[in-house]
Structure formats: structure tokens, C-alpha cells
Design a protein around this ligand. Structure first.
Ligand code: ASP
Length: 326
């Protein structure tokens, strides 16, 4: 019997872990169910403004969602640029289970979702998030001012703690400091030792309409090889897409690197290939077949929610490529 494990990106990974964990323990549960339900809980949570129902809008103010789920190179499914459905991780699973394809996009993905009985429901950014998304895109200086006016970002004086901090979840679901992105990425290992991974996102705030990032692309946003391990990415998708980030991490583990060494190699490769990356974030979680895991990021700010039989922890990884001072 393997020890079950659930790893989820960012602070809102705690929401994911709470929903996914029971599926790892249920006698008929599985890593795949755990990943699906973990991502789905975040998609439905209105406090999370970069995934699912309250996702970040594009330049035209519209939200489009991407998701992927994977068990092995031969068993994966994904959808991208979905604008009329929220539970994209479950639609991705249906692509994997019910079609001979890997990726459906746009209208085709929506027609498929409807044929599978999913209820059309458009994700919708709230007004403040839409305003912030445009600011992120244009680098507007008044981002702080918008935050200050936003009741979801209560002003907290030095030394005070916000009510959301007490509740264990920030009002925006606990996102990266630059607030222009964040994917829920999940890796699970069940009692049988089966690995599964999934990710779901609205992509970058203020993206060009039609832009799709790494998350729904096998090898970029996620990769699972049952004989080796799994990896999931979050951050600016264009960085991961330049180097097939998740695939590279799993290939590192195949060559005998530990999950931490594999992630470090991927971050180094991003740095080498994209010297003009600025302060864009790229972060990874990785798990090997034996159950050893690691997380790492280009910049400070990344967190991973870790659930084991011993309990839940929110971990700030030691592996940070740059301390943000460059
Ligand atoms: N990787 C996602 C994208 O670029 C966003 C994120 O994870 O923050 O679409």
C-alpha cells in the first residue's frame, strides 16, 4: 500500500485538498477522482478569482477557461478557450474518457460539454477583478488604489491581521503577489500508488482574446509518466511553453534527478532560454513514483498545499531561483 498524498498549488490549494482528500481515502476512490474534485472545488469557489467561475478576464473583459487532466501519456484530456462552462476539469476528464482526442478548444469543446450533460454557465469576473486585469495588462500605476477601494482587499495596517487571514483564506483566495494569474494545479497519489495530475485556470489577466497558456497543454502545464512521476506548472505560461516545463521536470526524474533537482534544472533552463523574462513567475510541483515531492519557483511568493495522512500544511518552498532583487 502506498501512502496517499495530495499537492495543490497556491494558498487556495487548501480548498482543493479539502475537497480532494476524501477521494484518496475512499475504498473506491482514486487519484484521478481526487484531482478532478480538488480542481472542481476551486473552479466553483467565488473567492478564487483566477480559476473557474470568477476567473480573470481577457482584454475584452471576457473570461475563458483552460484545463487538463492526466494519468499517463496515453490517458490525458484537455479543453481550452471555454467561455460557456465552469467545470472545465470535468469536461477535460470526459475528453480523456469519451473521445479519441486529447484537446478540444472553443466552440467545439462547448458543444462536446453540452452533449455530455454539462450545464452551460458563463464564468464571470466581478467588476473589480476586471478592472485589475486591465491594470495588470497595461502596467497601470493605480493598481494599489483599486485594491484599496476593493472590499475584498481590506486595508490592513502594519501589525494587524485581516479577518480573512484568521479564516485561513485571503479574500482573493490567496494569490500570487502580482495577482495577474494563478492556476490550480494538483498532483495526487492514491493507496495503489497511481499518480494523476490536473490543472484549471482562466490564464493571464488581460490576455489577448484567444490566448491559451501552458495549463491545458500536455507537457507544458502538466505531465505524468506512471513509471517515473508527475509535474504541474503555474505562472506565466509563455515561460513554461518555451521549454516544455512539466515534461522536462519528469524527464529529469527519469534520468535519476530528485524532484527538487529536476525542478531546479527546469528553472535554470527557463533562465537560460528567456533572459528577458523580467519578473514573470514560473513555479512547479513535482512528485516521483516513490512519493518524494518538491516545489520550486523563479520568484518568491509561491506556496503549495500539502495533504498527507499526518495532516495539512501550506509550504513555502526553499527552492527559489531568484530572490526578486534582480
Ligand atoms: N499558467 C497559467 C497561464 O499562463 C497561469 C498561471 O498559472 O498563473 O495561463
Amino acid at each position: 500500500m502506498a501512502e496517499p498524498l495530495l499537492l495543490s498549488t497556491w494558498h487556495f490549494g487548501q480548498i482543493a485538498n479539502r475537497a480532494g482528500w476524501p477521494h484518496l481515502l475512499a475504498p473506491d476512490g482514486s487519484a484521478l477522482d481526487a484531482v478532478e474534485q480538488a480542481c472542481r472545488a476551486v473552479e466553483e469557489d467565488p473567492r478564487v478569482t483566477s480559476v473557474g467561475y470568477r476567473g480573470l478576464p481577457d482584454l475584452k473583459g471576457q473570461v475563458s477557461l483552460d484545463a487538463a487532466i492526466m494519468l499517463s501519456p496515453n490517458r490525458c484530456g484537455a479543453v481550452a478557450y471555454v467561455r460557456r462552462f465552469v467545470e472545465v476539469i470535468s469536461i477535460a476528464r470526459r475528453v480523456m474518457e469519451q473521445t479519441p482526442h486529447v484537446l478540444l478548444v472553443g466552440e467545439g469543446a462547448e458543444i462536446f460539454a453540452q452533449s455530455q450533460g454539462f450545464r452551460p454557465r458563463s464564468p464571470r469576473a466581478d467588476e473589480r477583478t476586471a478592472e485589475l486585469a486591465l491594470c495588470e495588462h497595461h502596467g497601470a500605476e493605480d493598481r494599489e488604489a483599486i485594491h484599496a477601494r476593493d472590499p475584498r482587499h481590506p486595508h490592513v495596517k502594519d501589525g494587524e491581521t485581516s479577518p480573512e487571514a484568521h479564516s485561513g483564506l485571503a479574500a482573493d483566495g490567496g494569490r500570487d503577489a502580482d495577482s495577474s494569474h494563478d492556476t490550480i494545479g494538483v498532483i495526487a497519489r492514491d493507496c495503489r500508488g497511481t499518480l494523476a495530475a490536473g490543472c484549471s485556470t482562466s490564464g493571464l489577466a488581460g490576455k489577448m482574446p484567444g490566448r491559451v497558456g501552458d495549463s491545458p497543454i500536455v507537457g507544458h502545464g502538466l505531465y505524468v509518466d506512471p513509471g517515473v512521476g508527475a509535474a504541474v506548472a503555474t505562472g506565466h505560461g509563455e515561460l513554461m511553453m518555451a521549454i516544455c516545463g512539466s515534461f522536462l521536470a519528469v524527464e529529469g526524474m527519469r534520468r535519476g534527478l530528485s524532484p527538487q533537482e529536476a525542478i531546479a534544472e527546469v528553472l535554470r533552463r527557463i533562465a537560460e532560454c528567456i533572459p528577458d523574462r523580467g519578473d514573470r513567475q514560473a513555479a512547479f510541483i513535482a512528485l516521483d513514483k516513490a512519493g518524494k515531492w518538491a516545489a520550486g519557483a523563479m520568484r518568491p511568493g509561491f506556496q503549495v498545499a500539502v495533504r498527507t495522512p499526518a495532516g495539512e500544511q501550506l509550504v513555502i518552498p526553499d527552492l527559489v531561483f531568484s530572490d526578486g532583487s534582480d
